[in-house]
Design a protein around this ligand. Structure first.
Ligand code: 3HC
Length: 678
């Protein structure tokens, strides 16, 4: 087999080139090739300096994740990096694309680092439930200081080449197209000089002078780190870089790395990494399915949902025609969009020039005829089948042949909506999650007649606007809301049986969700969809509305809220629930947290199994993608289906049986066969 590493000579400089598509992952063959190439450069008396660069779209994007969990094959990455650093001939990293994880660590082991301005550098290992395991936590603080290293190692977000230059992670930015030539010239200029070794750097002394930076970081970033093991280990590793000699720090890093690698969180997060990528693939569509051009998008409805949807396209540079029925609603909607953009600018996420550029791409209108040239129209109107059908019939008349017509419905049948048009092949669901400009998930709903190119175009478009997409077939509530309804059903039953609603919320918080169902109701507003007749009370929710308890915005809903929006359980609500339970004939009893957790989560897994069996979802991991990105399921458990497999499907079945809840044939069969879902 030919090595993915080759060498090229440029006078006294040896250029070591990796060609390992798609992302130059540092698999065994790459590591072995690099070790050989460095040895070759060292052995050749005519070579005085070396450059390491990559072919293809990116510099090394990290260790090869597919090798994780398999028996290690030498040379290890730390061994290769130690050999690079030990070289007394200068080695220069020439970076384009993304230098991530082990790739960034490799750059740190080189004596100098150059990059094109568009490059990004980072240590995203925490996103895989890990910490850098090839000396990164020890070399980076010694190069840029513990304070600058902390966010990179602990939060895992890559930084731009410009920022990397500012903190001292890079030595030089090159021209866009002169990376290799500049790296060779730079290497040559350093030939014969003593090499700076990052492991001997002293910038980490800031962590010795001011050890409080570690605790401060833990406090300020507590929210981002909630429930996750890796960020705490990452802080411990950076702290070790400040307190221990390099060799001991590396030992500590390895200990932490190995502990995480064998733990459940990292397995779950690595599962998610591949799940997100698998979700983009549609089993019965060839990868080269031709795509339709999307040059202009129409959005119907300028409310919270429509406005949020429109912002996704504007931010991606795609013009939007926004249609409303009334001028006032249109003005209000566009003003909210501008305000949202300006808030992002205030937080430094975009410039005012970018705000103006995005808003310049927006054309508000009251006239359907203005949608004539759109390649895609998404409706975000009232959730009612008759209304949706009227809108689609109208769209069918006014839009050009071949335009895609999408509904943002969260429950309704796309197949029935499509019957209102003459182009059912061009109809599909694009289910955004609120706030639509923020939430990552896009459920792409494939109707019975949706064409392959239409579906493929929607999946590509999702990536263009920065969403994580998963395909769902047609059923009430699709993947996400169909499973959510099972959880909500149990939450409502549990409080009738005597569980306190705050215990229900707390069980989910403790599991890792950002909030529970009753908190969520308060946040969204309990009066959404309320009939507004205080005399007509048939549910707890209606009783709360009748008592003016509309949720957080009213200062009271299920909970009472103080001025800082801190919640406290309410005696009034407790009494309302007890009254309802008595009228419904429920004797209330103590319900423990284990029962609450099982009754909330196991029925979701059961519904997920049915969704798989009915082929509504293509694969179990797609369901995980939906729940992690759309509903706050904690990523470190891998999503509902991976979590169920982790705790054992037989445990789920036994729990459902114990609570007298339905078990689908498919789930029972998988459990009986000792299988996992995928
Ligand atoms: N190992 C193995 N395969 C990888 C990989 C890796 N590190 N990174 C990406 N791939 C694969 C993907 O699974 C995908 O495969 P597929 O086509 O079969 O689905 C293919 O490469 C292309 O990836 P993307 O679809 O993600 O391509 P993009 O162009 O959108 O993004 C990227 C490129 C930004 C490099 C992105 O792939 C990425 O973020 N990769 C992971 C980076 C990372 O986490 N690195 C750290 C690894 S852990 C480590 O280094 C440990 C060390 O400290 C010892």
């Amino acid at each position: 087999m030919t090595s993915p590493i080759r060498t090229e000579r440029d006078g006294n400089v040896l250029v070591i080139v990796s060609d390992n598509p798609p992302v130059n992952a540092l698999g065994q063959a790459v590591r072995a090739g690099l070790a050989d190439a460095i040895a070759k450069g060292l052995a050749d008396p005519d070579i005085e300096a070396m450059v390491i660069r990559c072919d293809g779209q990116t510099f090394f994007a990290g260790a090869d994740i597919t090798e994780f969990g398999k028996p290690p094959q030498g040379p290890s990455l730390p061994q290769v990096l130690d050999r690079i650093e030990a070289s007394d001939k200068p080695v220069v990293a020439a970076i384009h694309g993304t230098a991530l994880g082990g790739g960034c660590e490799l750059a740190l082991a080189c004596h100098y680092r150059l990059a094109v301005p568009k490059a990004k550098l980072g240590l995203p290992e925490v996103k895989l439930g890990l910490i850098p395991g090839a000396g990164g936590t020890q070399r980076l603080p010694r190069l840029v200081g513990a304070k600058a290293a902390l966010p990179l190692v602990v939060l895992g977000n890559p930084i731009s080449a410009r920022d990397a230059l500012d903190i001292g992670l890079l030595d030089l930015l090159t021209g866009d197209s002169s990376l290799e030539a500049e790296a060779i010239a730079f290497a040559r200029s350093k030939a014969g000089q003593p090499v700076p070794r990052t492991s001997q750097g002293t910038a980490n002394q800031d962590g010795v002078r001011d050890p409080a930076i570690f605790d401060e970081f833990r406090v300020t970033q507590g929210r981002a780190m909630r429930g996750l093991d890796a960020p705490n280990a990452a802080i411990a590793a950076v702290r070790a870089a400040a307190e221990l000699p390099f060799a001991e720090g590396v030992k500590k890093e390895r200990e932490l790395f190995v502990g995480l690698m064998t733990g459940t969180q990292s397995k779950a997060m690595r599962h998610y990494f591949f799940a997100e990528r698998a979700a983009q693939k549609i089993a019965d569509l060839p990868a080269d399915t031709p795509l339709l051009p999307i040059r202009a998008v129409g959005v119907i409805g300028a409310g919270t949902m429509g406005g949020g949807i429109a912002m996704n396209f504007l931010s991606a540079g795609i013009p939007v025609i926004l249609l409303e029925m009334q001028q006032e609603a249109l003005d209000r909607g566009t003003a909210v969009m501008r305000r949202n953009y300006e808030a992002s600018a205030k937080r430094g996420r975009m410039t005012m020039a970018q705000v103006d550029a995005a808003m310049d791409l927006l054309t508000p209108t009251l006239d359907y005829a203005d949608l004539a040239d759109c390649d895609l129209v998404i409706e975000a109107v009232y959730e009612n089948m008759d209304v949706k059908k009227q809108v689609f019939a109208r769209l069918d008349e006014v839009t050009k042949p071949g335009a895609i017509l999408a509904s943002n419905t969260s429950y309704l049948s796309i197949d029935e909506i499509a019957t209102a048009t003459q182009r059912p092949g061009h109809v599909l669901g694009l289910h955004f999650f609120s706030p639509a400009n923020v939430m990552k998930l896009l459920e792409v709903v494939r109707g019975a007649q949706t064409r392959g190119d239409v579906l493929a175009t929607a999946m590509k478009l999702a990536r263009t606007i920065g969403k994580v997409a998963a395909v769902s077939g047609v059923c009430a509530g699709f993947i996400g809301n169909r499973m959510l309804s099972k959880r909500q059903e149990q939450a409502n039953k549990l409080i009738m049986e005597g569980a306190s609603y705050w215990d229900v919320d707390d069980v989910l918080l403790e599991f890792g969700f950002p909030m529970g169902p009753f908190q969520m109701g308060d946040l969204a507003g309990l009066d959404i969809g309320w009939h507004r007749d205080p005399a007509k009370v048939t549910t707890v929710r209606e009783a709360l509305c009748a008592a003016g308890r509309f949720g957080q915005k009213a200062g009271k809903g299920f909970y009472d809220y103080d001025s800082a929006r801190q919640r406290t359980p309410s005696d009034e609500v407790r009494a309302i629930i007890a009254d309802f339970a008595a009228k419904a004939g429920h004797t209330q009893r103590e319900v423990g947290k284990d029962e609450i957790r099982e009754r909330l989560l196991y029925p979701m897994v059961n519904e997920g199994a049915k969704i798989l069996d009915e082929k509504i979802a293509q694969r179990a991991s797609d369901i995980d993608v939906v729940w992690i990105n759309g509903y706050g399921w904690p990523i470190y458990t891998g999503g509902p289906m991976f979590w169920a497999s982790t705790i054992g499907l037989e445990t789920i079945v036994a729990g459902l049986d114990r609570h007298g809840l339905p078990v689908s044939d498919y789930l029972r069969k998988c459990a009986a066969e000792g299988r996992t879902f995928d």
